[in-house]
Structure formats: C-alpha cells, structure tokens
Write a protein of this length. Structure first.
Length: 327
C-alpha cells in the first residue's frame, strides 16, 4: 500500500495531467473509484480528471445524481498519464480502448481483478490486489495511506461502490466492514446510498401489486395456504409476491373480452411434500378452456377462453384432487 501511495504522491506533485479512467458500462464501483481518486490526486497537486469508457450503467447514474457528481464519458486524451481503475485490461474499455492504445499515453493500473500479463508489460506502474472485493475499498485504503481525509459525499460514493461490488456485503471480508465503519464515520450516508442503488420501480406495477393484495382471497386447501387474486396485468409478478409473503400456492388471473389468463406459483416445500406440479395443472386447465398452459412445477401459467370465475372453480377442483391424493 505504501508503494502505490508514494507513486501517486510523486506523480501528482509535479502537476501532471492525469486521467483516471474506468471500464465501459461503468458500475458504481468503477465511477466512485475514478471520481474519488481523481479528487485526491488534485489535492496532491495534479491536474486530474475522471473518465469512463463508452457508457455508464443506469444505477451508477442514480448514484452520481444522488451525490451531485459527474463523470465524463470518453474524455479527451490530453493527459500525461492515464490511471486505469477497476479495469484489468484495455479490452474492458469498449471502443475507447482502441483510442487509448493509439494515443500511446503513459499507463498505470490500480485494480482488483485478475492480473493481465500484457497490461503489466505496457504499464509504467502496476498495482493489482485481487484480494480486495471492491476497487472502492482498495482506493479507500490507498487514500488512508496518503493521509487524506474524504468529504461525506466522497465517502458515500465509495460506500456505494463497496455495496454494489460486494452484492450488498455478500462478498465482503472482515476488513470491508472496517472500511465501511470508517466511511460512515466520515459522513457516508448509508440510507441515501441504498436508495440510489435500488432499481426504480414501475409505478403501474406498484399499483398492480397493491390492487392484487386488496383483492386476494385466502383459502386453506388440505391445510395449505392458497391465495387467488385478479389483475389486468403483472399476474406473474403478483403471484410471485404472494409466494414471497407466505402463500403455499398462489394464483393471479385476468379476464378480458372472454379471454382468461392465470399465473401460478407454489413453494418448493409444498411441491416436495405433495408432488404437485403446477405446469401439469395449468396444461390440463388450458386445454379444458380451449387454450394452452404449462410451465415449471413451481411457476406456471395458462391461457384460455371463458369466465375467470369458472376457470378458477375448475382450478380449485383440480388442486384439491391433487393435494388430497397426497395427504
Ligand atoms: Mn469493481
């Protein structure tokens, strides 16, 4: 860590123009690392800018918007040196990689992916720590080594990078939590970071889920909790929601101009215990109503013609028969 800190302090001291560049379709770890490292190099005396190759992922844009930061895409290559972060090879720079190659600028790599031999050869400085679950964590440790204090928004960006690259701490190491603790003490806003990383929800889907909940009917069939509800769209999502909140078997149907659709979900334990196969049930039901049906044991659907009320009755008759025979 001392090596890389010394290197960065040295190249910045002389006021060099340094581009801190990250990979294409840049994720939050990539943009956070590039932006925060670039800020720090400026503090050390460099004329540094961050940049991303080709494009930025949508969830990264949400993070940037939340913390009012920006990163140029395909920046100008008028630099004395390019430092690649969160990027193990020029191949990960999309079309911009070719341009960078042509420019023949001085290259440095600070990364946490598998080392790439070719890159080692063409770089004037090469520092790769595969043991770090995120580049943001690595950048934080380097900045600490440099003795530089971050501001709360910089800390939030790095926290977003860590959360994103560790898949919400699934791949975190004990040291990751130490870094997170320091970021929080620096003022990182965990709640806003989480909010920025959450995928935007379709408002019409939210309304549909709430309607499905309001219209749901709970029935016990041979001791199993079954739910039926009705919606005009998002039937599969609603059935999955009922499954998630506790239904053993859930169905959500729709009826429109004589056409009927039903989507179903069942819990794995029920399938195992009873031998129920929703794909089979839906196939039978689809055929009975002049349509088709099928799917997996735990997730299936049917389409047909008729009245939803009739199809529902028939569905419960089939279900009762299946579940009774296995009691
Ligand atoms: Mn990464």
């Amino acid at each position: 860590m001392k090596n890389v800190a010394n290197f960065l302090a040295e190249v910045s001291k002389s006021g060099q123009r340094i581009l801190v560049l990250c990979h294409h379709n840049a994720d939050p770890d990539a943009v956070a690392s590039a932006i925060v490292l670039s800020d720090v190099l400026n503090q050390l005396g460099a004329k540094s800018k961050p940049g991303a190759a080709d494009d930025i992922a949508t969830y990264s844009q949400n993070v940037l918007k939340m913390f009012k930061r920006d990163i140029p895409v395909n920046p100008q290559l008028n630099a004395d040196m390019v430092i690649l972060v969160d990027t193990s090879s020029l191949d990960h720079l999309g079309n911009f990689g070719g341009k960078l190659k042509e420019a023949q600028l001085k290259l440095a790599v600070i990364d946490h992916h598998r080392p790439v031999q070719d890159m080692k050869q063409i770089s004037s400085f090469y520092f790769v720590r595969e043991d770090f679950p995120s580049e943001s964590e690595l950048i934080f440790r380097i900045i600490r080594e440099l003795g530089i204090k971050l501001d709360p928004d910089q800390a939030s960006l790095l926290l977003a990078g860590i959360i994103s690259d560790t898949a919400h701490f699934n791949f975190a190491k004990p040291e990751t939590f130490e870094v997170v603790n320091e970021l929080l003490k620096t003022g990182a806003d965990y709640q806003r970071v989480n909010e920025a990383l959450r995928p935007p929800e379709d408002p019409s889907k939210r309304v549909a889920m709430l309607k499905a909940a309001g219209r749901s009917q709970l029935r016990r069939v041979c001791g199993h909790l079954t739910v039926f509800s009705e919606l005009g769209s998002f039937e599969g999502d609603a059935a999955a929601m009922f499954h998630r909140i506790g239904a053993d078997v859930a169905f959500v149907g729709s009826e429109d101009k004589g056409k009927v659709r039903i989507s179903g979900r069942a819990r794995a334990e029920v399938l195992k215990k009873t031998g129920l196969h929703l794909g089979e049930v839906m196939e039978v039901l689809g055929k009975q109503y002049g349509g088709s049906g099928g799917g997996h044991a735990g997730a299936a659907s049917m389409k047909g013609e008729g009245k939803l009320e009739d199809v529902k009755k028939q569905l419960y008759t089939i279900l009762e028969k299946k579940l009774k025979s296995k009691q």
